[in-house]
Design a protein around this ligand. Structure first.
Ligand code: RIB
Ligand code: CA
Length: 319
């Protein structure tokens, strides 16, 4: 079986870290690079957090390329639920590994151009604001030929926003970038709040995830300790939505997800609805659909999926 070549664009971030740790033990994925961006935390911190998670997961072989220092036009807004250092105040050691000297944008342009020229196509997993990919597409639109699809966490269609009334954090943090990506012609799988709010990481799951995850269990428990929103009125249960990890679960277990195609638009002019993602489900715009929006998730199946993957950190390293 040929591994799926992917690039993980992210803003670690507790849920980004869980997504990365899951991808690290999934040989079905060939991780070509990690491209942190300004999002939950300033760039310096998301880069550092990505390096630390690579070391935690034993994957210092994966290159990390620092991305955009700030959104395309708007002031950074940063995340609210990830602790002061963005990783739930875990006390991970200073990373030994350093980021590559090449920027994330140059890495994306070079890698996607080469793939396109060789008839290959790479899947881009976007777990944060899409600034890096948008800037790369603006600099060289032809890189779209090297993109299989963008599987992104972000947006809210039939759900209210989680940062404003209408808008989800990743898209709100850089709505212009989201507009560029959704208008670029690349095919997108959208894991929005409509999907992620169906999978709550509850306190009992935190205990299970920690219990099975061997050598990373203590740090994983510290990471996830921050994740309980304790907002039963909003989410219908204790816990927090498992946002970014669903991108990796979608790639590896697509049967757990149902999608509906639509043309997606991103509001990037109105302050009231800034960052709102609007789905044209029935072709009213006359434009071709550009996204598969995940509408249903087998939540139990997804939790089982993560338990099995994270349990791989308990197994003896394969010699
Ligand atoms: O709205 C959820 C998204 O915002 C997730 O990617 C989380 O990490 C934050 O970046
Ligand atoms: Ca994120």
């Amino acid at each position: 079986m040929t591994a799926i070549p992917i690039i993980i664009d992210c803003d670690p971030g507790i849920d980004d870290a869980i997504a990365l740790l899951t991808a690290f033990v999934s040989p079905e994925l060939e991780i070509l690079g990690i491209t942190p961006v300004c999002g939950n935390q300033p760039l310096e911190r998301t880069v550092r957090n990505a390096l630390q998670v690579c070391e935690l997961g034993g994957r210092t072989d994966i290159p990390v390329y620092a991305g955009c220092f700030r959104p395309m036009f708007r002031e950074p807004i940063y995340g609210q639920f990830h602790g002061k250092n963005g990783l739930g105040n875990t006390t991970l050691p200073e990373p030994i590994k350093t980021a590559e000297s090449k920027s994330a944008v140059d890495f994306l342009i070079e890698t996607l151009s080469a793939a396109g020229n060789e008839g290959k196509r790479i899947t881009i997993c976007c777990l944060g604001p899409m600034t890096n990919l948008a800037v790369a597409l603006r600099m060289k639109p032809q890189i779209a030929e090297g993109i299989e699809r963008v599987v992104m966490m972000g947006g809210a269609y039939r759900e209210p926003g989680n940062r404003t009334m209408t808008s989800e954090f990743n898209v709100l943090a850089d709505p212009h970038a989201a507009h560029v990506v959704f208008s670029s012609g690349v095919q997108i799988v959208a894991l929005a709040l409509d999907a992620t709010h169906q999978v709550m990481l509850k306190p009992e799951h935190v205990a299970q995830f920690s219990e099975v995850s061997g050598r990373i269990s203590e740090t994983l428990a510290e990471l996830m300790a921050f994740w309980d929103r304790n907002d039963v009125r909003r989410y219908g249960s204790r816990g927090g939505p498992l946002h970014d990890p669903l991108v990796i679960a979608y790639l590896l277990a697509p049967g757990l997800f149902k999608t509906q195609r639509a043309r997606v638009f991103v509001e990037h002019e109105s302050e009231l609805c800034m960052g709102q993602t609007i789905a044209d489900w029935y072709g009213k715009s006359g434009l071709e659909p550009n996204a598969d929006i995940v509408t249903r998730v087998d939540a139990e199946g997804v939790i089982e999926f993560f338990l099995e993957r994270l349990s791989r950190y308990a197994e003896k390293a394969v010699a």
